[in-house]
Design a protein around this ligand. Structure first.
Ligand SMILES: [Fe+2]
Length: 289
């Protein structure tokens, strides 16, 4: 059992370091300014719960090595300091994702998450949710969309962010970030390397998350899940995806890669993805109904 006072202090310090890093990066990427502003305005209310038992999930064994592999910068150190105090659990604990997960290779069951701020975080957030994800090698976090816009910030390892049903992919290494606009379809994948990723949502954080699957017929359907404070995830609605619902990446989707070498690598990767769009479609065909 851990001391809950440390949990609050660790979460607050990590959230502040994340905001500082976004503030600095916003000089190069103005898309981040609204996140920085909202994170600064957020009046954090401590949720009194815990102390939490250590998460027994086998992916926790990856966390230490991942943390040690991170860069020597203030944000990485804040994550390293906070990680041992946070309330880690499987990303969709106790949820049967049904057609989204299962036997399709869309592996989310090995992903871990710890929320610092948000509906079920150490601090209540109103329009901000922020936390940490751990994705072991070979993770496939399926296509989804939500009202809130989102930043993924890779702290350690490598993660591919895929946009749209055709899976246009950008690879993030440590220090890179991606901004996903509201309702933009996206997914996360890891290859041989695991990834430690900070995320922040800004906007309507209580709106449902839509999980997308491709039917055997080739039609796409989506299911709305919602998790309200103090409640488990629940299915709210399922529908066919009509022609009025965007399925591709909007033009404003972008990533920021820290180093020129990473930019070059990402550019090559995007060219490769364009040449191998057939394999992306095959991946989609494996999704269940
Ligand atoms: Fe997302």
């Amino acid at each position: 059992m851990r001391d809950i006072s440390n949990i609050g202090a660790a979460a607050r310090a990590c959230f502040a370091a994340f905001r500082d890093a976004l503030d600095q990066r916003a000089l190069q990427d103005p898309e981040l300014e609204s996140f920085v502003e909202a994170m600064g305005c957020e009046d954090l209310i401590r949720v009194q719960r815990g102390p939490f038992p250590q998460c027994p999930h086998h992916s926790m064994q990856k966390l230490d090595a991942l943390l040690r592999s991170g860069s020597d910068d203030s944000l990485t150190r804040a994550v390293q300091n906070a990680a041992g105090h946070l309330d880690w659990s499987p990303l969709y604990d106790g949820v049967d994702l049904g057609g989204v997960s299962g036997s399709t290779g869309q592996r989310v069951e090995d992903m871990l998450a710890a929320q610092m701020v948000g509906s079920y975080g150490c601090f209540m957030g109103d329009r901000i949710a922020a936390g940490i994800l751990v994705a072991p090698p070979g993770t496939h976090y399926p296509l989804h969309s939500h009202e809130a816009k989102e930043v993924y910030w890779c702290v350690a390892g490598r993660v591919d962010v895929a946009y749209g049903v055709d899976g246009q992919t950008r690879r993030l290494a440590a220090g890179d970030h991606a901004v996903t606009p509201p309702l933009c379809l996206h997914a996360l994948h890891t290859q041989e390397s695991p990834a430690l990723v900070l995320y922040v949502w800004e906007g309507d954080i209580r709106a449902p998350t839509w999980w997308w699957v491709k039917e055997d017929s080739g039609q796409w359907s989506r299911t709305a899940w919602r998790r309200l404070p103090g409640e488990p995830w629940r299915i709210e609605h399922r529908e066919q995806v009509g022609p009025n619902i965007p399925m591709g990446p909007p033009s404003s989707t972008h990533t920021y890669l820290k180093s020129p070498m990473q930019k070059e690598r990402s550019s090559k990767l995007q060219q490769t993805n364009a040449q191998t769009s057939q394999s992306s479609r095959e991946y989609g065909d494996k999704t269940p109904h």
